[in-house]
Design a protein around this ligand. Structure first.
Ligand code: TXA
Ligand code: MG
Length: 313
């Protein structure tokens, strides 16, 4: 059965409640959602993505009232982080409530919770009438998708419905913070920066600015079919054919020509365009994508995290 394409969050939520997978937009990247309480739907997500069963999913909620449905308790630091950053691009790990199927959390006794800020995502989640488990809408180990078209192309045979909307604004996944231990720990840098987090949770641990490992970090990640290399300056790239460049600094005139190029005016634009550029390069048969290094501050930390993992894949 071909997937239904719709602009209606109500219609998309109907498909989800009927046990199907739904591609839906958020402010970070597109998600592949299912009813978190339906084990058969959760199994379909792992199958569609080719995702290892021990890599847990984020549970998406419409509002903070629903947290009691999925978490056993909310530590005080988690309350403070939610107060500051929910709804928005932050995921918080909490002790898991028993009614969430173990398959959602990869059999951990913790659960990842996020309330997206994008209004159409909130409308979809409200109409879902319960928690929605959703990883990023891409095949396992591939870059996340930032448009519904890219998500649909990659996952189509498994999807019941696509909630079509604009390209995702941020372009990189949410920041993940584990609040289940004695001090909060950064597991994945994202649009809520380390500086933002420290202002609310000064005890936060990020080991020298680097995140701790979450289950998902064990796996190959964010990799397009082209080789990704990190460069300090565009002129560093040699003139091998089928090479592309993305960064903030434009190449000097006379530098080797690139087969595809994306100059970004800010870190925000770099994050927003990165994964879409990876996909565009793949389609054009580019063999190597040179990505400019940025300083590890603010959103720069999340960009460098994704670049490093794409480059070592
Ligand atoms: O922006 C986002 O977070 C997007 C949108 C769709 O919300 N979602 C997303 O999901 O990026 P996913 O599955 O691609 O990444 C979730 C990350 C993985 O690294 C996973 O291991 C980690 O969160 N995670 C999920 N549950 C966890 C848990 N209980 N403990 C530790 N890490 C967890
Ligand atoms: Mg992902």
């Amino acid at each position: 059965m071909p997937s239904v394409l719709t602009n209606s969050p109500q219609e998309a939520a109907w498909w989800l409640r009927a046990g199907h997978l739904v591609i839906f937009p958020t402010e970070t990247v597109y998600g592949l959602g299912c009813d978190a309480m339906a084990e058969s739907a959760v199994a379909k997500v792992f199958e569609a993505k080719g995702r290892p069963a021990d890599n847990p999913l984020i549970v998406h909620l419409a509002d903070r009232q629903q947290i009691a449905l999925v978490a056993r308790r909310v530590p005080s630091v988690a309350h403070q982080l939610m107060e500051a950053f929910f709804p928005g691009p932050l995921t918080i790990i909490l002790p898991k409530a028993d009614n969430i199927p173990d398959a959602v959390t990869g059999h951990l006794d913790t659960v990842a919770v996020r309330i997206p800020s994008l209004p159409v995502a909130q409308e979809f989640l409200r109409n879902a009438k319960g928690p929605v488990a959703a990883p990023s809408a891409n095949l396992s180990s591939r870059p996340s998708t930032t448009t519904w078209q890219a998500a649909y192309e990659e996952l189509e045979p498994h999807v019941g419905c696509v909630l079509c909307h604009d390209p995702a604004t941020t372009g990189l996944e949410s920041t993940v913070v584990d609040c289940t231990g004695p001090i909060p720990r950064l597991l994945r840098p994202g649009a809520v920066s380390l500086e933002d987090l420290y202002a609310v949770a000064p005890t936060l641990s990020a080991i020298g600015g680097h995140p701790h490992r979450s289950p998902g970090m064990r796996y190959r990640h964010y990799a397009p079919s082209a080789a990704v290399c990190i460069v300090r300056h565009p002129n560093e790239c040699d003139s091998a054919p089928e090479t592309a460049y993305i960064g903030i600094t434009p190449p000097e005139s006379g530098a080797s020509p690139f087969d595809a190029i994306q100059i970004c005016r800010s870190l925000e634009e770099y994050a927003h365009r990165l994964f879409a550029f990876f996909r565009r390069c793949e389609k054009r048969g580019i063999k190597r994508i040179c990505c400019e290094e940025v300083s590890e501050e603010g959103l720069g930390r999340a960009i460098m995290d994704r670049l490093r993992r794409a480059a070592t894949a």
